[in-house]
Design a protein around this ligand. Structure first.
Ligand code: PNS
Length: 169
């Protein structure tokens, strides 16, 4: 009997996708046959990018990578796992505080869906300081995000319409 293809779900807000996410997703594709990058519909109060833009960015970055599927989800992650017949969640940890947060999420997801397990991956050391929230802050204040995000994301950030961009206040 042929083994079932190994499927993993990499969920997140991806607002925006960073080089850290990219490194982790690439690592996940070496461990699993297929990786579903699932994008949470409502990340926070003031997203940098709409859901449609985040999906477009991810599809642009992962174009030509048939092993990666990009989809939106809302509601509970475990319900998304059930819908897709997946039982493995992949997340990254950069620090002890990430581990604490991820541990709670993993155990709670496992409580709700006992078949679900979470695999925690370490990103390369050079990406250990990168977070979407800092990228959003730098972008909002007009700084350069080069080296923190993939070039496609950098150009989306540069091209995005910003209210009051030319205001002198
Ligand atoms: O990139 P983020 O914002 O750290 O990702 C967090 C995410 C999307 C993985 C998490 O908030 C999530 O799974 N949300 C869906 C709602 C849910 O299932 N909540 C219970 C988690 S224990």
């Amino acid at each position: 009997m042929a083994a079932a293809p190994r499927l993993a779900v990499f969920p997140g807000s991806f607002d925006p996708l960073t080089n850290g996410h990219l490194d982790l997703i690439n690592r996940a594709t070496r461990l699993f046959d297929r990786v579903i990058v699932s994008v949470l519909r409502n990340p926070g109060k003031e997203p940098l990018f709409s859901l449609n833009d985040r999906l477009a960015i991810l599809n642009e970055v992962f174009a030509g990578r048939p092993e990666i599927e990009v989809v939106a989800f809302e509601g509970l992650l475990v319900d998304f796992l059930r819908t897709r017949g997946a039982s493995v969640v992949v997340r990254g940890i950069r620090s002890a505080s990430d581990l604490d947060y991820e541990r709670h999420m993993a155990l709670t997801n496992h409580h709700m869906l006992p078949a679900a397990d979470t695999v925690l991956l370490l990103p390369a050391a050079e990406f250990g300081h990168i977070s979407s929230s800092l990228v959003r802050e730098i972008a909002a204040l007009g700084g350069s995000v080069r080296g923190l995000v993939p070039p496609a994301v950098e150009s989306w950030i540069e091209r995005r319409p910003r209210a009051g961009r030319t205001a002198q206040v």
